[in-house]
Design a protein around this ligand. Structure first.
Ligand code: NAD
Ligand code: UDP
Length: 337
């Protein structure tokens, strides 16, 4: 298939391009580079042994997308493009609604115009809010505690309604848990701008000497060691989940939702320990107050993806931290190293 990957220069998108090409698909990337570097795609090309077809464009620009679909015989779309920082979304909510909701609306209308009927959308476990219990199943109640989460809920709903109105359309909503790790080559990985919000890139920057210590946000949660528990999933497993989703859903109308997680929860201190072991570096940390809006535990029941997509995460915590460390230590300044 020829697959349009929006946001394909970003963290998850770049890894997914590699897995799509490895599975025999053609890829064309649209990205406005607002949170990515073209260098990532050059490295993806080097890993795959072929240049990546790249168009620098904004998904909110109908005419630009229209031209992409006119010039490429796109069979299906994987839609990563969007803004993803929870804290920032509370400061500039309108930018989040514009990028994430309006951008997705424009993409769906251009797909409709060109009769492209297969879409895989990047949703998030954040749509479960503070779950009443774990592990989390896809039929759990949905809620959002910040504008970022709200945009994911709105786009999910827009997708369900668009499928209900168009019997030819096939959309898969993938709810990711906590993507971490990097390609085993150490050539591509997560390259956050400024101070990382997420745990794993923050730990990696402490290990490499860019930051003095990790602030652990709370040790009084109802978890085995009191620190927050999450379902960390290797980005390459996640990327392969997209290949499975697009291959299974192409040509089969309907809207389907899957958790992409491992089903296994690890605490903040588990992650610190595993990273220190993999890197051979001490990870100094201080326990500080809880981060507003955080929840105690969040991990997936990944059964549905196993049953329907024949996909399950395979990579261990050790591979997640070792691969992150290889990327971080080879590229201490990310793509600008
Ligand atoms: P990322 O920021 O690395 O990738 C997103 C890409 O989209 C970037 O390359 C950015 O330049 C591009 N982009 C943003 N707005 C655009 C626009 N209007 N037009 C064109 N390109 C645009 O983020 P990521 O971690 O790879 O996340 C990809 C998707 O997965 C996002 O939708 C995110 O919300 C979702 N997601 C991520 C996580 C996570 O923890 N990384 C968890 C759950 C869901
Ligand atoms: N966390 C932390 N210090 C940090 C960043 C995160 O203690 O600098 C904790 C956070 O409270 C949560 C876990 O690490 O328990 C994962 O946080 P992240 O922001 O990576 O993911 P999310 O909260 O979105 O699941």
């Amino acid at each position: 298939m020829k697959i349009l990957v929006t946001g394909g220069a970003g963290y998850i998108g770049s890894h997914t391009c590699i897995e799509l090409i490895a599975a025999g698909h053609d890829v064309v990337v649209v990205d406005n580079l607002c949170n990515a570097s073209e260098e990532a795609l050059k490295r993806v090309g080097a890993i795959c042994g072929q240049d990546i077809d790249f168009i620098e464009a904004d998904i909110r620009d109908f005419n630009a997308l229209d031209e992409v679909f006119s010039n490429h015989a796109v069979d299906a779309v994987i839609h990563f493009a969007g803004l993803k920082a929870v804290g920032e979304s509370t400061r500039i909510p309108l930018a989040y609604y514009d990028n994430n909701v309006n951008g997705s609306r424009v993409l769906l209308s251009v797909m409709e115009k060109h009769k492209v009927n297969t879409l895989v959308f990047s949703s998030s476990a954040t749509v479960y809010g503070d779950p009443a219990s774990v592990p989390i199943r896809e039929d759990f109640p949905l809620s959002a505690t910040n504008p970022y989460g709200q945009t994911k809920l709105v786009v999910e709903q827009m997708c369900r309604e668009t499928v209900a109105a168009n019997p030819d359309l096939s959309i898969v909503l993938l709810r990711y848990f906590n993507p971490v790790g990097a390609h085993a080559s150490g050539q591509i990985g997560e390259d956050p701008k400024g101070i990382p919000n997420n745990l794993m890139p923050f730990i990696a920057q402490v290990a490499v000497g860019k930051r003095e210590y990790l602030s652990v946000f709370g040790d009084d949660y109802n978890t085995p060691d009191g620190t927050g528990v999450r379902d960390y999933i290797h980005v390459v497993d996640l990327a392969q989940g997209h290949v499975a989703a697009i291959e299974k859903s192409h040509g089969k109308a309907g809207c389907h939702t899957y958790n992409l997680g491992t089903g296994q929860g690890y605490s903040v201190l588990d992650m610190v320990k595993a990273f220190a072991q993999a890197s051979g570096k001490e990870i100094p940390y201080k326990i500080v107050a809880r981060r507003p809006g955080d929840i105690g535990q969040c991990y997936a029941d990944p059964t549905l993806a196993k049953e329907n997509l024949n996909w399950a995460a395979k990579k261990s915590l050790q591979e997640m931290v070792e691969d992150t460390w290889r990327w971080q230590s080879n590229n201490p300044q990310g793509y600008s190293s």
